[in-house]
Design a protein around this ligand. Structure first.
Ligand code: TPP
Length: 905
């Protein structure tokens, strides 16, 4: 029995009350194995396990397996490549990656970058690139560990896709452009390198969860008959430290439940993260094995390299497996950092049986004993097994050394993550270690190295990539435009609402229902919810378009007779993600990037409680923006006061402000269904017809009110963010004596609070004799963006005729402006510096509370009466109303002056 996992069981310390009997059982099993093979052993074990798991016995299988390779030597396929050439190529990648980082930091110490991560992952990447990662339009989706980016650039350099100049401008994107070269982004950023990187992974945890939802979305496209994705796979290379992120773990069971055998993760278990060991006092590989296996993944442990095979074969007593089972990761790290002599003394020296195993090895050989993740043959075997796995995703837990090959300068050192510079001697040692064809001076001066085009290495590299369909990574953007139906076909009811009562959420759902019926666009619409479809009145869609389920509906739904019946179907269109906003936004990003990833434009609408968007999963939205997502995010029940009873955690006063910080996000806060319709139409045309890399965040309210028809001709201004909704010119009669003849104010409102502003304008006109303009501000962020650009243009072009922004044109002059919204004051204040007139912002700063809408609006001082007071106060400062008017208003409207401000209360 030379299989290491069996050895370890033989060697496992047992509390054994009857060793003779135990021996007989062992021998029986061994003889079955010899006589009938492993399948028969498995059958017997299933039977015995069934009996042992009965309640009387209460046996549970141990969750882990020994600290050895999952794939036994006998099952390793022959390595299909030229090992020596691939090793030379890997060494060149290592060198150029190291040189890139070290050069950048030699020139400018502030640039940063990482050497040790890629040093540990190089072989994992190279086997992927030479044998598995398919390129071409229907190639694989690969998520690259972010701080290993230099290795991916190094490969693209050898492939001729990047130049030496590009490499020399690693992390200097701005300077590079001044020199006419492209420059390389620190991490995978599609925004910065749109023809290269597909998926942003720089923020830990986002790559893992995104990879699962991309794999799932490929199934969705296929099952809905839209696009055959069967040939494509998703690969994700991630760090073991990264597995601690909640996002990394949160969708593991989904991947298994949906049988995503198109997904393989490679976790680079170099046992270290940034500060130190990932699990110094335990073993991360064991922990991840239990976690992934429990979630239903196939787990392949890739722990030891081929040169351990001989040692295992000679280790009849199971001493190696026993020693591993007693060694924690902190100690493995120390073994990685120390030389062969130390390892002989401290690892092999702990047991005479081990010492005997090491007897035939020199210290140098002990030092070079490879961990599994550095052995191309073993890596290939693991990837191959993953490809063959059906019915579940696979994770390969590859043990490596952080800073592999960096010797004294970094391998296994606590500080290796941040090692960016190497001394001359270290560089020469690295050159020797990897037999690089560089002279001392070339090594010391960090020269990049590319073999000549006709060298065996280069011919091999190109042959492998062309056999795999082309270069990777590569990002495309050539999907066909999708025609958008005329707004009149699905949105007429909103444009000409004529006072009908409805909420903007209801209006959205009605428009969505209309769009779903459009023969061209309809199938491309992807409605996404996180267990809130009923909240938003979307239950009718369950029956109409179905909920996507890879295996249909295996039960009779309780409400089967109902018109709203809960219908799951393999070709269902709705993605119902359950209570996972992180999952839902990842699905959204998968659909929103389908135009690029699959060359098939889709139109996702993810509707959710607005508070659980930018605040909850803001970083995933940021990553979606980075990868140039196109689609709609709908922040429903938006605002701090529209969701009366829900209180502090649910009420949203900030999402629009957060949205305003995302450069390619167009954020809108419409009050009326007609405004929403115009925004929807414009957004769809911008994204689907003109194919611009923007996405939309639009708030929706759950408050029913009379919807006016949209005034004629305001469409462009709705999109720009501001249009004049109404004007009131009061007649100066004795009933409204407080306004002086020239008293005029501009009230600006948005979303839920526009209606309070309209009511305030009527009070100002009738009670106070003041002339008022009411402006609907559909987007303060669009107004500010336009004004900022114009301000900058004017600053840089002092001799040109000054340009005027939309907000300056609308709110020109000295008429005071009062802006009120259901959001923090900083949202309307985005435009304050572009308005010449006195500007007052009212808003909902502070924590939310539960109460009625009216009580909340009064509490936050954004109701009609507070708007009136703010207007009178602004006019009083200009001497345009009687000095007594404000106190009179406070008394008349019974405004509380003693409470703390809402944001302090
Ligand atoms: C969300 C997030 N938090 C922190 C970081 C900073 N960071 C970058 S790499 C790193 C350590 C990564 O360790 P591991 O995943 O084990 O990868 P290794 O470099 O060891 O291969 C950290 C903390 C980040 N990029 N993203």
């Amino acid at each position: 029995m030379s299989d290491p996992s069996i050895q370890s069981q033989l060697a496992a310390p047992l509390i054994d009350s009857d060793p003779t009997e135990t021996g007989e059982w062992r021998e029986s099993l061994a003889s079955v194995l010899r006589a009938a093979g492993p399948q028969r052993v498995r059958e017997l074990m299933d039977v015995l396990a069934g009996i042992a798991q009965s309640p009387e016995i209460g046996w549970h299988p141990a969750r882990g397996t020994p600290y050895v390779n999952t794939i036994p030597v006998a099952q390793q396929p022959a390595f299909p490549g030229d090992l020596a050439t691939e090793e030379r190529l890997a060494s060149l990648m290592r060198w150029n990656a190291l040189a890139m980082v070290a050069r950048a930091n030699k020139a400018y110490g502030e640039l940063g970058g990482h050497i040790a991560s890629y040093a540990s992952a190089a072989d994992l990447f190279e086997v992927g690139f030479n044998h598995f990662f398919r390129g071409g339009a229907q190639g694989d989706l690969v998520f690259y560990q972010p701080h290993s980016a230099p290795g991916v650039y190094a490969r693209a350099f050898l492939e001729g896709r990047l130049t030496e100049d590009d490499l020399a401008h690693y992390r200097q994107e701005i300077t590079a452009r001044q020199h006419g070269v492209r420059g390389l982004s620190s991490y995978p950023h599609p925004w910065l390198m749109p023809d290269f990187w597909q998926f942003p992974t720089g923020s830990m945890g986002i790559g893992p969860i995104s990879s699962i939802y991309q794999a799932r979305f490929m199934r969705y496209l296929k099952h809905r008959g839209l696009f055959d994705t069967s040939a494509r796979r998703v690969w994700g290379v991630f760090g073991d430290g990264e597995m601690d992120e909640p996002e990394s773990m949160s969708a593991l069971t989904l991947a298994a439940r949906e049988k995503l055998d198109n997904l393989t993760w490679v976790v680079n278990c170099n046992l270290q993260r940034l500060d130190g060991p990932v699990r110094g006092n335990g073993r991360i590989i064991d922990e991840l094995e239990a976690l992934f296996a429990g979630a239903g993944w196939r787990v392949i442990k890739l722990v030891w390299g081929s040169d351990w095979d001989g040692l295992f074969a000679r280790d009849t007593e199971g001493a190696l497996a026993r020693a591993f089972s007693q060694t924690v990761d902190g100690q493995f790290q120390t073994f990685a950092a120390k030389d062969g002599r130390y390892n002989r003394e401290h690892f092999f020296g702990q047991d005479p049986a081990l010492a005997a195993l090491a007897q035939g090895l020199t210290d140098e050989q002990i030092d070079r004993l490879k961990r599994g993740g550095h052995d191309l043959v073993k890596i290939h075997a693991a990837y191959h097994a993953a490809m063959e796995t059906t019915g579940r995703p696979t994770v390969i837990l590859a043990q490596t050394k952080k800073g592999y090959g960096m010797g004294e300068a970094g391998q296994g050192r606590m500080t290796t993550h941040q090692q960016k510079k190497l001394e001359r001697d270290d560089l020469i040692a690295f050159r020797d270690r990897f037999k690089l064809p560089l002279g001392d001076e070339q090594a010391a001066s960090l020269s990049f190295y590319r073999p000549s085009d006709d060298s065996p290495e280069m011919r091999y590299l190109h042959a492998r990539r062309s056999a795999l369909g082309g270069m990777a990574p590569i990002r495309r953007s050539n999907a066909a435009p999708v025609p958008v139906p005329p707004l009149s076909r699905y949105g007429e009811f909103a444009l000409r609402a004529e006072g009908k009562e409805m909420s903007t959420t209801m209006a959205f759902v009605r428009m969505l229902t209309g769009l779903l019926k459009d023969p061209g666009l309809g199938p491309r619409v992807v409605p996404i919810v996180a267990d809130e479809a009923r909240t938003f009145g979307m239950a009718n869609l369950f029956k109409q378009v179905g909920i996507y389920s890879f295996n249909g509906q295996a039960y009779e739904p309780e409400d089967i007779g109902s018109v709203l019946s809960y219908r799951e179907a393999t070709d269902g269109q709705i993605l119902e993600e359950g209570i996972s906003e992180a999952g839902a936004i990842s699905s959204w990003a998968s659909a929103a990037t389908s135009y690029s990833v699959h060359g098939q434009a889709m139109l996702p609408f993810y509707i959710y409680y607005s508070m659980f968007g930018f605040q909850r999963v803001g970083d995933l939205i940021w990553a979606a923006a980075d990868q140039r997502s196109r689609g709609f995010l709908l922040g429903a029940t938006a605002g701090r006061t529209t969701l009366g009873g829900e209180g502090l955690q649910h009420q949203d006063g900030s999402s629009l402000l957060q949205a305003s910080t995302v450069p390619n996000c167009r954020a809108y806060d419409p009050c009326f269904a007609g405004e929403f319709a115009v925004i929807l139409d414009h957004g769809m045309r911008q994204m689907l017809e003109r194919q611009e890399d923007v996405f939309y965040y639009v708030t929706l309210m759950n408050e029913n009110y009379a919807q006016p028809s949209l005034p004629a001709g305001v469409e462009d201004d709705v999109i720009k963010g501001l249009y004049r909704y109404a004007s009131h010119t009061p007649d100066k009669t004795p009933s409204n004596p407080k306004g002086k003849a020239s008293a005029k104010v501009r009230l600006v409102g948005s979303g839920a609070i526009l209606r309070e502003v309209i009511a305030a304008s009527e009070l100002l006109a009738t009670d106070w004799g003041i002339e008022v303009e009411v402006w609907s501000a559909t987007s303060f962020s669009e107004l500010a963006r336009d004004a900022r650009e114009i301000e900058r243009f004017n600053r840089l072009h002092p001799n040109d005729e000054a340009r005027v922004s939309h907000v300056q044109r609308c709110l020109a002059g000295a008429t005071p402006v009062v802006a009120a919204t259901d959001y923090v004051r900083a949202w309307p204040q985005l435009i304050a510096s572009y308005v010449d007139a006195p500007f007052t912002a009212l808003g909902t700063d502070g924590f939310g509370r539960s109460d009625t809408r009216a009580a909340l609006r009064r509490f936050f001082e954004i109701d009609r009466h507070h708007v009136v007071l703010a207007a009178l106060t602004a006019l009083r400062a200009q001497g345009l109303v009687e000095a007594s008017a404000c106190a009179e208003a406070i008394a008349r409207y019974e405004l509380s002056v003693n409470d703390s401000a809402a944001w302090l209360a």
